[in-house]
Design a protein around this ligand. Structure first.
Ligand code: ATP
Ligand code: MG
Length: 447
């Protein structure tokens, strides 16, 4: 029985009283991405397992340990997406978007699924905001997506984030590096975890991303990729850095960043915070020049990043950043009796049609209980509607904050109320700014 009233481990409900925070950051991020020309792409929550095996990489933690994979009733192997890039590239190929003007620029907000050990900042269902730019090899593109992430954090007022930057080269220059790593880890292999022991043969760079403390410690002394990258990759990295410098975006080079997914090439980066504990990487991304080809498409150098919205909200809470609360109920119409209830329903509908957030009684409460309810939902104004009011066509509009009463005509209440709200807001703004010598009536007259 308890199973019925308990959400699955590592998943979260976002309650109506909290959801405005998610809505605010989601719409902010999508709007900022839109300014950069990124349009929203929506892909399915599940894909063929093979897409992630090929796209994310067989030797990654995600594919080896974390995927929610199952057979459907048609015996197809299906996986709940652990990330957004593979699906975006699949859609790019399936719809022939490589024939359109390049770069193609996508953004998305999506739920991802990874079978991980749930802890602060790490869930089994979590949400990512991400962007992908397909068909852009130039270093200006790297700087552009980094500046997009940077603008999001700046707009939201997030501070103390360190941008860590690295280049992991191309498959060519990585060959030498792999050999150097193999040699290094081979000498210490009796201490590596079993997964890393396996990686040693297939993809030694993955060891640098292992979360096991002992592997982490061993990795400290490993050769650094930047000493092995070829001239072209090195020039690309230099140029990315020059763009960032020019755009006044601060960063530190961290040669240990390799990122958790196999498809990355050249530039990789993370935005890291020390304010939210061990899961401090809020955003990670980089270039994946080989992925489109790997999935059967034309050579299409590409790049992107993903930002964990849960971690971002944790960070904003830790830094005391307030998220604007949505507008509550502007007006509550409280009918007394059956006849008034019909009138109230009509007036409330009219108010809403005029853009006002309006509510009325839908459970047949007494007037006293209605006023209590209006107070609880934070109604700014109330109108009591009885037979007298309906007969006279006039009612009292009560300001719930200060008790002030204004008589209003019921016939044009719906039409005038929005204007009235704007006037009140202007008045209180003027009062709070303490403007002197300004004729408020002239301001209000011009609204
Ligand atoms: P980590 O090293 O923390 O496991 P990762 O390298 O696996 O991260 P990415 O695949 O790059 O992460 O995902 C991008 C972002 O998505 C992360 O920086 C993080 O903010 C968020 N993220 C990843 N996994 C989780 C998770 N299990 N729960 C919550 N957020 C997550
Ligand atoms: Mg991970």
């Amino acid at each position: 029985m308890a199973l019925v009233t308990k959400a699955i481990k590592g998943t979260q409900d976002i309650l109506p009283s909290e959801v405005y925070k998610n809505q605010f950051i989601e719409s902010t991020m999508l709007e900022i991405a839109d300014k950069f020309g990124f349009r929203e792409l929506r892909t399915p929550v599940f894909e063929h397992t093979e897409l992630f095996q090929r796209g994310v990489g067989e030797t990654t933690d995600v594919v080896q340990k974390e995927m929610y994979t199952f057979n459907d009733k048609g015996e197809r192997s299906i996986t709940l997406r652990p990330e957004g890039t593979a699906g975006a590239v699949r859609a790019f190929l399936e719809h022939g978007l490589f024939n359109e003007a390049l770069p193609q620029k996508f953004c998305y907000v999506l739920n991802c699924y990874r079978y991980e050990k749930p802890q602060a900042g790490r869930w089994r269902e979590f949400q990512q905001f991400g962007v992908e730019m397909l068909g852009a090899a130039h270093p200006a593109a790297d700087a552009e997506i980094i500046s997009l992430a940077n603008e999001i954090f700046a707009f939201l007022g997030v501070e103390n984030l360190r941008l860590e930057l690295n280049s992991i080269g191309c498959p060519e220059c990585r060959k030498n590096y792999h050999n150097a790593l193999k040699e290094y880890f081979e000498a210490k292999k009796e201490n590596l975890c079993p997964t890393c022991l396996e990686r040693l043969g297939k993809n030694p760079m993955r060891i640098l991303d292992c979360k096991s403390p002992i592997c982490k410690e061993i990795s400290e002394g490993a050769p650094a990729i930047l000493d092995y990258i070829c001239d072209d990759c090195s020039a690309h990295f230099e140029s990315v850095r020059k763009y960032l410098d020019k755009m006044n975006i601060e960063y530190v080079v961290n040669p240990r960043i390799v990122r958790g997914l196999d498809y990355y090439t050249r530039t990789v980066f993370e935005f890291v915070s020390t304010d939210i504990g061990a899961q401090g990487t809020v955003c990670g991304g980089g270039r994946y020049d080989g992925l489109v080809e790997e999935l059967g498409g034309p050579h299409t150098p590409s790049l992107g990043f993903a930002l964990g919205t849960g971690r971002l909200l944790m960070l904003m809470a830790a830094q005391g950043i307030e998220i604007p609360k949505p507008n509550g109920c502007d007006i509550y119409i409280a009918p007394m009796g059956e006849n008034a209830s019909y009138e109230a329903a009509a007036i409330t509908a009219d108010l809403r049609a005029n853009g006002v957030s309006a509510q009325t009684d839908v459970v047949g409460r007494s007037l006293k209980a209605q006023m209590k309810y209006a107070d609880k939902i934070g109604a700014k104004y109330t109108v009591v509607l009885g037979d007298n009011e309906i007969e006279n066509g006039k009612a009292n509009l009560k300001n719930m904050d200060n008790g002030e009463i204004t008589e209003v005509e019921l016939a044009d209440l719906a039409e005038n109320f929005m204007n009235f709200l704007v006037q009140q807001a202007t008045l209180s703004l003027a009062e709070s700014l303490d403007v002197e010598g300004v004729d408020l009536s002239s301001i209000l007259g011009s609204i």
